[in-house]
Design a protein around this ligand. Structure first.
Ligand SMILES: [Zn+2]
Length: 1011
């Protein structure tokens, strides 16, 4: 089989292949899902002089040349017995020394982007050294010397049996067999070796890369159980799944695919994403982000729909709920609460590595799905984060790259210095070498212009040569000229960003033609001749993008985030980003006395040749050029009508750092932690404020509090009084994680506020102290229209996307198509965990509807946060019927379980749905097994072809059945006593393995081909 594949490649003349992304032409034909758009090779694109991108690319090329590859590689040379007097660079390079991987990636990409042979020669020299050490010193796949050779020998003997969760099981696991983050460091080296083959075409690198992956394969095969493997995958391990998938695509060898699938984090990641669950909140971002790329590679190479669904869901989560206006996400390297981007403003906002991964992920997603939304994000993050992460004035050894962006209002950017060389320095080596990677895409016939960066495209396969000129977004005109048409006869598409409103003027050789825009793409048809010119006038304009606060927004011109110059920075910090002060207090957003809906009313462009604007008392310029300035990515709008509008949503708020205007009485202290102001009230103490009610008169009000989230149980921490009436007490709260603080909402009965313009709010502390980060009165309109917690709740209950077949009731639709149980409701005769961490913004009565079918009446207990009530499900043998129960839910996080009291003849349960009484909004719950994990089944054929082995998780015992394509049962096993079907007597074909409970309930199924 393998030989046939190689033969196939040789038989296709190279010139007939559509010129496509570097690796596309190097992969074996194992791909299952075809790309909708293929990015043009970096080596086919040349940036042309005049743009900021070209200026930064030139600067970066000189920087790459200024580094000494021998200093980067000296650890490897020493281990390989090769004499060298070179010394390590500092920082991470001194301790870890894996930066040579990213250096090879960066140089290979820069070689592709510029043709600079010096850079290729360097990579070739490095690969020579690595190959020699791998061969002579038997280094296998480890070129990472913060640990000894003995350590690696021990690593290879590991069986993965010592996984124990630590740190309260948050996200790091102390796993001696996995050895912490060793694969995270190795993956950067493997990337570099792979990229030397992809981008610099160094053939020897392929062999070295596959040997590395074989070594990692051996480690993987040694890990005895999938459960251990899944636990190990909680530890930061970078893009190992992607690398195995690439090794499979490059070699055609299925062992790499199997290893890649074992390195795919399913249990606590993909499976939960398929169910639409939030897996990101408060998690370490760069532990998770590289896994996204593994999913999309998995889908591309196998067509596994679970990979596809999880990848699409997680992209939406990140971009819709976590990304800041400048395209980055997280603070202190962690995801925050969905929709609470303003909480992400810190000294440590938006690690650059995370955006590097998101861009790689996004480009792959666009290629497969073709949705221009992906590329709108790509453009945002490229212009506003990646371009902003390099100091154009810095040519030092450290390169002047950012680790985090300090996004505290009034703060300035901070660059790493010559003693740093952290992870973000490593990814920076790539970031500024591949600006050209997503400008042009092609499919079999057509060309897509995705980014408007001045450049030249040369396509070897059809002889087409194109030049794009213009100064977008400074200038709205973009011109595409055919230097040579070659044999190109297709259409030209241009991406039209979502934010672009107004008419696009299109001319073909000077004559205006119709602008046909469909699904985010403008289409221009030929026929084409040499010298033809297509020009666009793009409607670029000022606009505000809202935040979760009604009077706070960021300002854009086209794709570019504009920020005010708040003065030069006097203390450019260039040290260890982790030692930056967490006690640095936030400053106020700049106050803008102008319109939010139309910033052109107060913001005037200074010159058509530059993107600088004056207005609101500030000079605004692109965020990416605020290199040594104090600035703010958000502005507060204080014009009278904006203030009035904001008060409709948030009538009043306490200034946490010290409030003087609300008739404050009581006892409290203030301080700063993690760049947030807090107000601390000691045990037994209280604070009182007079707060203004909505100008709209008698509307429903809530008290919104943001407070400490460290405690697992906040019951009785504080009581809330409004005009001396007790309206609530702190309720149970799931333990949040570091740097994440929950919001709680307290319903203020309308008879307290009726006819009044203000109320007296008192927080009375119980027997423990509490820190408050926000105290505000909000209205029902805020809860309905703006409140991130209530908007998120809709998503938390509803999976973001359920495929049509998954959305069907599970009962009679147990088709064999579709593997496993993603998104489906499973009936299991145990406890159902219906909702965990369900955030309820408003305390009140809710209705739980249960859809069931069974021959006997059954009694169930509904347990809400530990409190139990009973519901009776009447007999209903023929048809599905529904039964309702009323639950009282507290504001805050709620956990709801359903447990049978009856012990036999239990009904099937199809779905459970929660809705607020008097409200149409339903929150459909996912029924799972007792521990919240859907039973899962994976199957694989044994390498000697003798059988099919089944791996089951989330289910202790059951029946495994093997069916042929006609639905006939071929074999049956009792699990866990047996787990392997003998298949030597079976004809070739497609089979289905089903896992059922002993009572016959379907739990999971999987398709497999037997050859
Ligand atoms: Zn980093």
């Amino acid at each position: 089989m393998l030989k046939k594949r190689f033969l196939l490649v040789i038989l296709i003349p190279f010139s007939l292949l559509v010129s496509a992304e570097e690796y596309d032409n190097l992969w074996q034909p194992v791909r299952v899902v075809e790309k909708k758009w293929k990015a043009c090779c970096l080596s086919d694109v040349r940036l042309t002089d005049g743009s900021y991108f070209k200026q930064m690319q030139d600067l970066h090329r000189n920087y790459l040349l200024s580094l000494d590859p021998e200093r980067l590689l000296n650890n490897v040379m020493r281990a390989g017995g090769i004499a060298t007097s070179a010394t390590n660079y500092g920082g991470w390079q001194h301790n870890n020394g894996n930066g040579f991987g990213n250096y090879m990636s960066g140089c290979s990409m820069m070689y592709a982007a510029t043709g600079d042979e010096t850079l290729r020669d360097r990579v070739a020299w490095m690969i020579d050294i690595i190959e020699r050490c791998q061969r002579e010193e038997n280094l296998g796949g480890w070129f990472h010397f913060s640990r000894s050779k003995a350590f690696y020998n021990q690593l290879m003997a590991a069986k993965g049996e010592n996984c124990t969760p630590v740190n309260n099981g948050e996200d790091f696991y102390n796993n001696s067999d996995m050895a912490g983050m060793v694969f995270y460091q190795l993956h950067r080296i493997y990337y570099g070796i792979r990229d030397a083959y992809y981008y610099a075409h160094i053939d020897k690198a392929l062999d070295v890369f596959l040997k590395c992956m074989e070594w990692a394969c051996t480690w993987t095969d040694n890990i005895s159980s999938d459960a251990s493997m899944q636990m190990a995958l909680e530890t930061e391990h970078g893009g190992m799944a992607e690398l195995f998938m690439d090794a499979y695509a490059l070699s055609g060898e299925e062992k790499f695919l199997r290893a890649g699938q074992r390195w795919t984090h399913t249990l606590n990641f993909r499976d939960r994403l398929c169910r639409g669950e939030n897996v990101l909140m408060s998690r370490h971002a760069n532990v998770y982000d590289p896994k996204f790329i593994g999913l999309v590679r998995g889908y591309e190479l196998t067509g596994d729909e679970r990979d596809s669904l999880a990848a699409r869901n997680v992209w939406d989560y990140v971009v819709d709920w976590h990304v800041l206006p400048m395209g980055g996400h997280g603070r202190w390297e962690r995801y925050g609460q969905p929709g609470r981007q303003l909480d992400e403003l810190a000294n440590t906002s938006t690690e650059t590595c995370c955006t590097n991964n998101m861009l790689r992920f996004t480009k792959a997603m666009f290629s497969l799905y073709g949705d221009t939304r992906y590329m709108d994000f790509y453009e945002r993050a490229l212009y506003n984060h990646i371009l902003a992460s390099k100091d154009p004035n810095n040519t030092s050894v450290g390169g002047g790259f950012c680790y985090f962006q300090s996004l505290l209002p009034g703060m300035h950017r901070q660059y790493m210095d010559d003693s740093s060389f952290y992870c973000c320095w490593e990814t920076a080596l790539e970031n500024h070498s591949k600006y050209g990677e997503a400008i042009y895409f092609r499919n079999d016939n057509d060309l897509l212009v995705n980014l408007f960066i001045p450049s030249k495209l040369t396509c070897a396969d059809n002889g087409m040569r194109i030049t794009m000129t213009g100064d977008y977004p400074t200038d709205q005109r973009v011109t595409l000229t055919f230097d040579a048409v070659g044999s190109f006869t297709g259409k030209i598409y241009f991406r039209v960003p979502q934010w672009m409103h107004g008419d696009i003027v299109v001319t073909h050789n000077g004559s205006q033609i119709a602008a046909n825009v469909s699904q985010g793409l403008l289409c221009v048809e030929g026929p084409w001749a040499d010298g033809d010119e297509v020009a666009l006038e793009l409607p670029l304009a000022l606009r505000c993008e809202p935040s979760e606060e009604p009077d706070v927004a960021s300002i854009f011109f086209g794709p570019v985030l504009l920020c005010p110059n708040m003065g030069a920075s006097t203390d450019d910090y260039t040290g260890n980003p982790w030692q930056q002060s967490t006690s640095l207090a936030p400053r106020e957003f700049p106050n803008i006395d102008g319109s939010m809906s139309d910033p052109s009313q107060w913001l005037t462009r200074r010159s058509q040749r530059q993107l600088t604007f004056r207005g609101g008392g500030y000079l605004f310029q692109p965020f990416y050029k605020c290199n040594h300035l104090t600035t703010s990515i958000y502005q507060r709008f204080v014009a009278a009508d904006e203030v009035q509008r904001a008060r409709v949503y948030i009538p009043d708020r306490i200034k946490i750092s010290g409030d003087t205007g609300h008739d404050y009485t009581g006892s409290s202290t203030t301080g700063v932690i993690y760049n947030r102001d807090y107000l601390e009230v000691a045990e037994g103490q209280s604070v009182s404020y007079t707060m203004q009610l909505s100008p709209e008169g008698d509307v429903q009000h809530y008290l919104m509090l943001q407070h400490d989230g460290w405690q697992t149980d906040l019951v009785g921490y504080y009581s809330v009084y409004v005009d001396d009436v007790l309206i609530g007490e702190s309720g149970p709260c799931e333990r949040m994680q570091q740097f994440t603080f929950p919001h709680a909402y307290y319903n203020i009965p309308q008879d307290i506020t009726q006819g009044k313009s203000s109320v007296r709010v008192t927080l009375q502390q119980g027997d423990r102290p509490m820190r408050y980060f926000d105290i505000a009165l909000v209205t029902e309109r805020y809860v309905d229209e703006m409140c991130p917690e209530s908007l998120w709740q809709l998503h938390q209950g509803f999976p973001l996307r359920l495929e049509a077949e998954d959305a069907q009731p599970h009962g009679d639709n147990r088709t064999f198509d579709g593997t496993s149980s993603a998104g489906a409701y499973v009936a299991a005769p145990t406890t159902y965990l219906l909702y965990r961490d369900l955030y309820i913004p408003v305390a009140g009565d809710y209705q739980l509807e249960i859809c069931h079918r069974g021959p006997r009446m059954a009694r169930y207990a509904i347990i809400v946060n530990g409190e139990q009530q009973t519901v009776i499900l009447p007999a209903s043998s023929d048809a599905w019927s529904t039964t309702q129960a009323t639950l009282h839910l507290e504001a805050g996080f709620n956990t709801i379980r359903l447990t049978p009291v009856t012990t036999s003849n239990l009904p099937d349960i199809d779905y459970v749905e929660l809705s607020r009484i008097g409200d149409d909004t339903a929150i459909r719950g996912v029924a799972t097994s007792a521990d919240g994990v859907l039973p899962r089944l994976t199957v694989h054929t044994l390498t000697d072809g003798s059988g099919v082995q089944c791996n089951v998780s989330g289910c202790e015992r059951g029946i495994l059945r093997l069916y042929n394509a006609n639905g006939a049962e071929c074999a049956m096993l009792r699990y866990p006593e047996f787990d392997t079907f003998a298949t030597t007597q079976l004809p070739e074909g497609v089979y289905v393995v089903c896992l059922t409970s002993y009572t016959g309930q379907h739990l999971a199924s999987c398709k497999i081909s037997i050859r």
